[in-house]
Design a protein around this ligand. Structure first.
Ligand SMILES: Cc1ncc(COP(=O)(O)O)c(C=O)c1O
Length: 448
């Protein structure tokens, strides 16, 4: 397989203007990795190689790429009604989409607030939590609780409750009144666990400590990812999410599940809330909502919150929040087509059907050089490598570039590889992905 260099790339001459997100721009632009088309489980690179998608783009394309049902729905909608406002006006598609979403949502979470991204979903949910507490006469409840190593997007709310230092440290004092629970990864005690780890020193109980410190009357909401993805896949220990729910309920604290990556079948149920049988008060989502085809996010809100805030006979605007594109007709049409695919192809349960095969493939990497931990659930895997002293992230990045050269797209964060393929993956793709990865891990000559 040939290597990629700047000369191979026909569009590399015009790369200066785009300031790429979460990217080492100079490094990328000196050796670009360009994807130009996609179909099913594969991207095609600019030098016409097939690249097996081990990451569903960026945890987005759960139904695989190039789905005609979605592009046709988008084309039809944009011709019919390109845009109409949803502030004091309406148009049919987001109402239909919200209704379809309510059908797959955990029961009691049947109200849907539309956004354009995961970050906006998170900031919307945090604002709804504060506004709700105030609305029910609990206006002193202003504190928000996140978790170490959490990723909740890049808005000021999201990075405040988030717990990834590089995403926070350059951006000032953030929101005030935020605390963090401890993360739930202990490689010393649960390395190479399959599925949910057993080890739990009582991590959820630290919420009780925060309650003791501040008093529950000052705490509005807790937000966690049921499975933390962007930090490098942290699987919750057995019973942890249920315990968090109990403590929140006991103290009148809202529980928000950030399901931007776990939503829409990634772990074997429509949502992690159903998979783990824990009902949060809100769920934030995006990505798989439209199969990544059109940007869109959604917050699922409990009936209780909606009913408390939306009085049946009121003439007043109850929530001074929303985006020009909340419920955009083209995005909503893409979403409706996406949900049809998920339902017709049984993709909500596919991760569960394949999880044992996936798990065996993931754990077949045990014993390869520098593999320090393997974690999995549904169609998610985390492969943690020993870092190179003084060069955090460098070892995994070398694996990432080698995999791309050999024909697979993986994702790395620090020295952790995160895998999350489209849910249409077949067993032979799983074999190909892990054979390629094992080959890279076995044979790579790391540049220290
Ligand atoms: C759990 C979680 N929340 C929020 C976000 C932010 O989503 P977006 O990049 O669409 O703003 C992400 C993105 O990866 C995520 O994984």
């Amino acid at each position: 397989m040939q290597g990629i260099n700047k000369q191979d790339s026909s569009s590399s001459a015009n790369m200066d203007a785009f300031w790429m997100p979460f990217t080492a721009n100079s490094q990328f632009k000196s050796a670009p990795r360009m994807l130009v088309s996609a179909e099913g489980m594969y991207y095609t690179s600019e030098d016409k190689r097939q690249i097996l998608d081990g990451t569903a783009g960026l945890w987005c394309c759960n139904a695989g790429h190039g789905r005609r049902e979605i592009s046709e729905a988008v084309a039809k909608q944009i011709h019919h009604l390109d845009f109409a406002p949803t502030f004091q006006m309406g148009h049919p598609v987001p109402f239909q989409f919200a209704e379809a979403l309510a059908e797959i949502a955990p029961s009691g979470l049947s109200k849907v607030f539309f956004t354009n991204s995961g970050s906006e979903s998170v900031d919307s949910a945090l604002k709804i939590a504060l506004a709700y507490q105030r609305c029910i006469g609990q206006g002193t409840r202003t504190r928000l609780i996140g978790r170490e190593r959490g990723y909740h997007g890049v808005g000021f709310g999201g990075i405040s409750v988030g717990g990834i230092v590089n995403n926070r440290k350059a951006f000032g004092s953030l929101l005030t009144g935020v605390d963090h629970l401890p993360h739930t990864l202990s490689i010393e005690n649960s390395a190479f666990s399959k599925g949910l780890p057993d080890y739990d020193p009582g991590w959820a109980e630290s919420l009780n400590n925060i309650v003791t410190l501040h008093d529950a009357s000052n705490i509005a909401a807790v937000i966690v990812e049921p499975i933390a993805g962007s930090t490098g896949v942290i699987i919750p220990p057995k019973g942890y999410l249920k315990r968090l729910r109990e403590i929140c309920t006991q103290h009148g604290i809202l529980l928000i599940f950030d399901e931007v990556i776990t939503g829409f079948g990634r772990i074997g149920s429509p949502f992690a809330a159903q998979e783990f049988e824990v009902k949060p008060d809100m769920i934030t989502s995006a990505k798989g909502l439209t199969n990544g085809a059109i940007p869109m996010g959604a917050v699922f809100v409990s009936d209780e919150i909606y009913q408390a805030m939306v009085a049946p006979d009121s003439q007043a605007i109850e929530l001074f929040h929303g985006y020009t594109y909340s419920g955009h007709p083209v995005a909503a049409a893409a979403g409706l087509a996406t949900l049809n695919i998920y339902r017709n192809e049984n993709l909500y349960s596919r991760a569960s059907d394949l999880s044992h095969y996936w798990e065996q493939a993931v754990h077949s990497l045990k014993g390869l050089p520098y593999v320090k931990d393997l974690r999995n659930y549904g169609l998610i895997a985390g492969i943690e490598l020993e870092g190179i002293a003084g060069k955090p992230g460098s070892r995994a990045f070398q694996v990432f570039t080698q995999c791309f050269e050999k024909g697979a797209l993986i994702r790395v964060t620090g020295d952790i590889i995160a895998l999350s393929p489209p849910l249409i993956i077949e067993k032979h793709h799983i074999d190909d992905l892990f054979t390629l990865l094992a080959d890279v891990l076995q044979n790579i000559d790391y540049k220290e």
